[in-house]
Design a protein around this ligand. Structure first.
Ligand code: GLU
Length: 504
């Protein structure tokens, strides 16, 4: 079995936007597949039509496109194991349901929801299993003929898995180790419903993992309770030899570690729990997303990769390739991972510093446009390059730091920086500097620097802070030569003159 080709799947149900925990699950599947030269399959588990939400499937596909997580097969990607949408696999499931029925490993049950509710009310902790099934309305009690008669008469039914008591069920989990339980605690789960001619999650999931030749099932911890039933289903079909290996990932916890991360935590503390903005088609509610909030996809990947796993070194910034090389499924933690969203912001800052200014410029351009500024993209890019190291977590934070690049300042003697730096003689010094700069044909950084540094050395003057007042109006901004070169000679002189007039 060890030489089996690695094939993993990400199998969401399209019931709404993908939660950030689901994104981490997909990422771990991706890292594992790439590391082993395997395949990653995208399957849509949409057998529960009541919970179907339009737009959810496209949302999920768009999420992975944005994050750079690539699938080899599946819905919208094609492949040899399709169709990959469960609602399109009815014929396949019917065949496997029949196989279990014919082998006596499943049975038909007619109990209506009302009958089941009545039973639950009458019997404390009622469970449909070996102890109670003979008191119910099913084919085991009614016999083949009566069962057929009811089906022919159009009665709705379900198919239930016949769990044999007294069997040991062994779930081997790469992260959690071995889990052994007795089959007695399991109930006869519904595998198929005649009402919509569709299997339930459990049957479809097992049949598809088998037919799609899945070697490893890497999924969230919330699916761990289903694993024993899944093992029994593999056994019932005689597929134990190709049963995938399980790995149940730890939960994502609230930032304080107390309980499971929820959307409410995000709303309360101001961070997104969804990868992309989500517009709820029913309520019209909009939930924020990492993309729209200004996170870089690489930062989100790096942040999520370290929630539940780490490389065992001090290295925190890892590229996708480094993650692929170093990821180790067996070293994932068993205990939940605190969702430290502040760390997520730190990752974004680090990736802003690492990312090409040309890649960052369009995002800042959008913010400028929203503030009524239409500048050539090269100028936008130049400003990003001069200012991104100023400890910003998000590109949008550049605007209040950078407005003066695009809008001439207003001057006020009350401004704290101005009060401190525009002293007696400042106007005269700026006037001298004005004339010095006016004489320059070449307004590059080097050319300004040569002339101004020489003048400063000769006269002992320190023109930098008053000059900053002239060009910025206060104490922020990059190096003065850089700024003046960006503004150009004409605008630099215009601002100097305006400042001298306003402040004297
Ligand atoms: N359809 C399940 C979900 O929505 C997938 C569970 C699994 O991966 O087996 O998460």
């Amino acid at each position: 079995m060890s030489e089996r080709k690695v094939r993993v799947r990400f199998a969401p149900s399209p019931t709404g936007p993908l939660h950030i925990g689901g994104v981490r699950t997909a990422l771990y599947n991706y890292l594992f597949a790439r590391q082993h030269g395997g395949d990653m399959v995208f399957r849509i588990e949409d057998t529960d039509s009541n919970r179907f939400v339009p737009g959810a499937e496209d949302y999920i596909i768009e999420t992975f496109k944005w994050l750079g997580i690539k699938f080899d097969e599946g819905v919208s990607f094609g492949g040899d194991h399709g169709p990959y949408r469960q609602s399109e696999r009815r014929d396949i499931y019917r065949k496997y349901v029949k196989q279990l029925l014919d082998a006596g490993k499943a049975y038909i049950a007619f109990d209506t929801p009302e009958e089941l509710t009545a039973k639950r009310e009458a019997v404390q902790n009622f469970q449909y299993d070996a102890h109670t099934r003979m008191q119910m309305r099913n084919s085991l009690v009614l016999g083949a003929e009566e069962t057929q008669r009811l089906i022919d008469a159009g009665e709705q039914y379900v198919v239930r898995f016949k769990v044999e008591p007294g069997e040991e069920v062994h779930v081997k989990d790469i992260i959690r180790g071995d889990v052994r339980i007795m089959s007695d605690i399991l109930d006869d789960k519904v595998l198929y419903k005649s009402a919509d001619d569709l299997p339930t999650y459990h049957l479809a999931n097992i049949v598809d993992d088998h037919l799609m030749e899945i070697s490893h099932v890497i999924r969230g911890e919330e699916w761990l309770p289903s694993a024993p039933l899944h093992v029994l289903l593999y056994r019932a079909f005689g597929w134990e030899d190709t049963m995938p290996q399980f790995a149940h990932l730890p939960l994502l916890l609230k930032p304080d570690g107390k309980g499971k991360l929820s959307k409410r935590d995000g709303d309360r503390l101001g961070f997104p729990v969804f990868p992309l903005e989500w517009h709820d088609p029913k309520t019209g509610d909009v939930s924020s997303g990492y993309r729209e909030s200004g996170y870089l996809p690489e930062a989100v990947i790096n942040f999520l990769a370290l929630l539940g796993w780490n490389p065992g070194t001090d290295q925190e910034i890892l590229s996708m390739q480094e993650l692929i090389d170093q990821f180790d499924l067996s070293k994932c933690s068993k205990s939940g991972a605190k969702f430290d969203y502040i760390k997520g912001q730190w990752f974004n800052r680090e990736y802003i510093l690492k990312t090409d200014d040309a890649v960052l410029a369009p995002a800042f351009d959008q913010i400028l446009k929203a503030n009524g500024i239409d500048a050539p993209i090269e100028r936008v890019q130049a400003v990003v390059g001069m200012m991104k190291m100023k400890k910003i977590n998000f590109i949008k934070e550049l605007w209040p730091l950078c407005d003066f690049f695009f809008i001439a300042p207003t001057y006020s003697a009350d401004d704290k920086f101005t009060r401190k730096n525009w002293k007696e003689g400042a106007a005269a010094d700026m006037d001298a500097l004005y004339h010095l700069l006016e004489g320059l044909d070449d307004f590059s950084i080097e050319s300004q620097k040569a002339v101004v540094d020489a003048w400063a050395a000769e006269t002992g003057k320190k023109p930098w802070n008053p000059w900053r007042v002239c060009l910025v109006g206060t104490g922020k901004g990059p190096d003065m030569y850089e700024l003046a070169a960006f503004l150009g000679k004409e605008e630099t002189l215009r601002r100097m003159k305006a400042a001298i007039e306003a402040l004297h």
